[in-house]
Design a binder for this molecule. Structure first.
Ligand code: PGA
Length: 248
């Protein structure tokens, strides 16, 4: 199902565990001077240690930034965790939560992901909640069931919370593999997510697609009615490619 209300396009980079101070400086400089935000909302999610550098280099520009994870706790004895208030101090607009690499490699549960989203919201950050099925789950015909299961505790946060989030559909089999979901495959899931949101009376949430998005495939994905932008991994590390996605 589609909606007639226009939603702003958002293109967000996810650097994952990449970067050096020198590489970041070159990349951020290229992004800020290109004014990609003329085309869409635009930003980068960087590793925690580079937030200060990112803030310093992007402050006052139209490019926003965020983190790749956030603790569900506000503060306390949680060695290695980073809280939402800390991210806020470094000017973050977004925090990714529930990226498949966190779910798979760090055992993050659907409920923990929802708790992290709630913690982000409580500090005025926009959580970007990632969901997506594995290849086995898709081939077993379980795609929509998996998405529903992952989303259930997030939807339970309620319409007000949902209205302040971004969602991202990232099929695990398409992440970093060079294998993209077809626009139709992505739209099927985005449409189902949209129906679930509309069922709660929430209509304007941006739902991004992620998984091997490149300049060459961005436009056909963005042409789908319920795809509102992209969460971009590998291609966000190359300024020219990332800017071409934003312009798509
Ligand atoms: P990719 O990663 O664009 O390199 O496939 C996307 C993501 O993991 O967010």
């Amino acid at each position: 199902m589609t909606t007639t209300e226009p939603r702003a396009r958002l293109v967000l980079g996810n650097w994952k565990m990449h970067g050096t101070l020198a590489e970041n400086a070159a990349l951020l400089d290229a992004l800020r001077t290109a004014d990609a935000a003329a085309h869409c909302q635009f930003g980068v999610c960087v590793p925690f240690p580079y937030l200060a550098q990112t803030q310093q280099l992007l402050e006052g520009s139209t490019v926003a930034w965020g983190a790749q994870d956030v603790s569900k706790h506000e503060k306390g004895a949680y060695t290695g965790e980073v809280s939402a208030p800390m991210l806020k101090e470094f000017g973050c607009r977004w925090a990714l939560v529930g990226h498949s690499e966190r779910r798979t490699l760090h055992g993050e549960t659907d409920q923990l992901v929802a708790d992290k989203a709630a913690a982000a919201l409580a500090s005025g950050l926009t959580p970007v909640v990632c969901v997506g099925e594995s290849l086995d789950e898709r081939e077993g015909g379980n795609t929509l069931g998996v998405i529903q299961r992952q989303l259930a505790p997030v939807l339970a946060l309620g319409a007000d919370a949902l209205g302040r989030m971004v969602l991202a559909y990232e099929p695990v089999w398409a992440i970093g593999t060079g294998r993209t979901a077809t626009p139709e495959q992505a739209q099927e899931v985005h449409g189902a997510i949209r129906v679930a949101l509309q069922g709660l009376g929430v209509d304007h949430v941006q739902v991004l697609y992620g998984g091997s998005v490149k300049a060459a495939n961005a436009a056909t994905l963005f042409a789908m009615p319920d795809i509102d932008g992209a969460l971009v991994g590998g291609a966000s590390l190359v300024a020219e490619e990332f800017l071409r996605i934003a312009a798509a």
